[in-house]
Design a binder for this molecule. Structure first.
Ligand SMILES: [Zn+2]
Length: 250
């Protein structure tokens, strides 16, 4: 289980009062498709994101508490950004928070404005993609879901590729390779997996996985299948009983 504390604050953009959650603990069970950390429900990424109910400014609790926003940013937000945060899916935002995937997408769009590095922006877009797997809204049909998955994957891949110019941890090469495979970018996928194998001798389970996923990328037949479904088909079956939420729409 996870726990969090709730803090009352105001939106740094418009001054609207709201509550944010600071997550305090996370029972990590392992790593799932695309390196998403698996936890017992509710997943930690569901409680870490917040949106202002008035102006839709979105981010982590630190974005609402940390004084990161300066006057110039506020002006730019209302002049250039707020229009980008539209409900372009059929989400019902009238009752409570918007769907988690949309909150992460909005946070990702705002991320460069707040001065975050491409790695941070890419991870927010990736969390938007992950959120669709954890909480796919019932109101969205399969075509709409596919469109959103593709949009979030493209954004995540673009920013994470940019981050690789600075990022030294080879696990991100693996991550980009896997996201490219999920997006059907087969050549890019093989390229990033090969770069990961050339750069890193550890961890061993990721090297074994990369070798197998390169073969699947060559066959161009598996973008609809998650990493875990390809690597651990028997374990995936047992997860249907143990952790049903992880199997939805992956
Ligand atoms: Zn606001």
């Amino acid at each position: 289980m996870i726990c969090w504390s709730t803090i009352e604050t105001v939106c740094p953009m418009c001054g609207c009062q709201l509550h944010v959650r600071e997550a305090g603990g996370c029972d990590v069970l392992g790593q799932d498709t695309d390196l998403l950390i698996r936890t017992r429900a509710p997943h930690v990424i569901r409680v870490e994101i917040h949106s202002c109910p008035d102006c839709r400014f979105s981010g982590y609790s630190s974005d609402f508490l940390g004084g990161r926003v300066v006057a110039l940013t506020i002006e730019t937000y209302f002049r250039e950004y707020i229009e980008k945060l539209k409900d372009d899916c059929e989400a019902d935002c009238s009752s409570g928070d918007p769907p988690t995937h949309l909150q992460y997408y909005w946070a990702g769009l705002l991320s460069p404005l707040l001065g975050y590095e491409p790695l941070e922006t890419g991870m927010k877009m990736l969390r938007a993609y992950w959120s669709l797997r954890l909480d796919a809204p019932d109101s969205l049909d399969e075509a709409s879901l596919d469109g959103l998955r593709h949009r979030y994957l493209c954004q995540a891949i673009a920013f994470l590729r940019k981050s690789l110019r600075k990022e030294k941890n080879p696990a991100y090469l693996y991550l980009v390779g896997e996201l490219c495979r999920r997006n059907g970018n087969w050549m890019h996928s093989q390229n990033y997996f090969n770069r990961f194998l050339a750069r890193s001798s550890r961890p061993r389970h990721l090297r074994n996985a990369a070798t197998l996923l390169i073969q699947r990328a060559r066959r161009r037949d598996s973008s609809h299948l998650g990493m875990e479904e390809l690597l651990y088909p028997s374990r995936n079956q047992s997860n249907v009983i143990e952790a049903p939420e992880e199997d939805r729409g992956s």
